[in-house]
Design a protein around this ligand. Structure first.
Ligand code: FAD
Length: 310
């Protein structure tokens, strides 16, 4: 039955406040909390410790303060301030200066103006401290506003920003034209959200085929593209294209999620590729965690085992 639960089912469960309340009691408890495999902790100190451990293995990292779909402008300002506090903590810790953010965390549901103002504030501070900021891509209703806001920041000279494109969305191949024309850095992903057939490829074969088409263009024309996937077939395709076109391994990087395919992260690094690990932390870990379960229902077994151990 567990295997039958899909991305869509986990997406629905992610909205359940009862489940969220139950999960928050156990998910981050001590070292055995079941969410700790995918989330570094609830506090910046834990995220920095995870980043140090990742860097000690020769990998690089990006830190994400979890949070999305805030309910008010006050919450969006609080999230913005939390990012502004995070920047000097990372600088003091002398770990890599790379962060990831979501625009619904900065007030995109309240208005694009609010999110744009908050994004500009974070990017300006990040720019002064030589940070790179990746704006994650959320589900389809937010794609156009996300691209527009990131492009606006870029045109204001805040070029320390990069965007994410999802191969599952049918529009992404033309969005790639837009961002390639600017010279903006792109993280290529398959897409974590359940989307309607009118907007998104539904089969793995179609999502993968679009991924490869976008990959070919990014490796040929993109600026330091991030190939974010755990799929060995997509990784092999990247290595094949790079090999046949004589592209140096230093011209792009692979990215993977904290706690996912650590064996593959290490193997790619040993083969001379750059690998960046996306390290999420913070109290708002529940929706992120549910998306990870939805991607691989076998992860549910891992959660159940850790609960039984308790
Ligand atoms: P899949 O075909 O889903 O998986 C391939 C194989 O990878 C699986 O067979 C399994 O072995 C392994 N695997 C994949 N997921 C898991 C998991 N959760 N647990 C254990 N094993 C797993 N999505 C967005 O929509 N917006 C973003 O901004 C975004 N940012 C991302 C940043 C990074 C660094 C990464 C790695 C992913 C990001 N994603 C984002 C998620 C992405 O869209 C996919 O949902 C996710 O990466 C799974 O797709 P896949 O390419 O790994 O391939």
């Amino acid at each position: 039955m567990i295997d039958a639960l899909s991305k869509a089912a986990f997406g629905t469960l992610a909205g359940s406040t009862t489940l969220k309340r139950l999960a928050s009691r156990y998910g981050m408890r001590g070292d055995g909390g079941f969410a700790r495999r995918f989330v570094a902790g609830e506090h910046i100190d834990e995220a920095i410790a995870a980043a140090r451990s990742v860097e000690a293995q020769g990998l690089s990292q990006t830190l994400d303060l979890l949070g999305e779909s805030v309910a008010s402008e006050v919450e969006a300002s609080a999230a913005t301030n939390a990012y502004l506090e995070m920047i000097p903590r990372i600088a003091e810790a002398a770990i890599g200066r790379n962060i990831s953010i979501k625009l619904t965390q900065l007030g995109l549901d309240q208005s694009p103006d609010i999110a744009g103002r908050h994004l500009g504030t974070i990017l300006a501070r990040a720019h002064d401290e030589a940070f790179f900021v990746r704006v994650d891509m959320e589900n389809s209703p937010y794609v156009e506003d996300t691209l527009t806001l990131v492009e606006a920041a870029w045109h204001e000279g805040l070029t320390n920003v990069g965007v994410v494109l999802q191969s599952a969305l049918k529009r992404s191949e033309s969005d790639l034209d837009r961002v390639l024309a600017l010279g903006m850095r792109v993280r290529l992903v398959k897409g974590a959200y359940k989307e309607p057939a009118s907007l998104a490829w539904q089969s793995k074969a179609d999502v993968d085929a679009a991924y490869v088409r976008m990959l070919e263009r990014l490796l040929a024309q993109g600026r330091f593209p991030a190939i974010a996937t755990h799929d060995p077939a997509m990784i092999a395709e990247t290595c094949r294209i790079a090999g046949t076109s004589g592209l140096a391994a230093s011209a792009f990087e692979f990215q993977m999620l904290y706690g996912v395919r650590r064996d593959l992260q290490a193997a790619l690094m040993r083969d001379g590729f750059g690998v960046r690990v996306y390290i999420p932390y913070g109290r708002e870990w529940f929706p992120y965690f549910m998306r990870r379960l939805g991607e691989r229902p076998a992860n549910v077994g891992f959660v159940l085992k850790s609960l039984v151990r308790d």
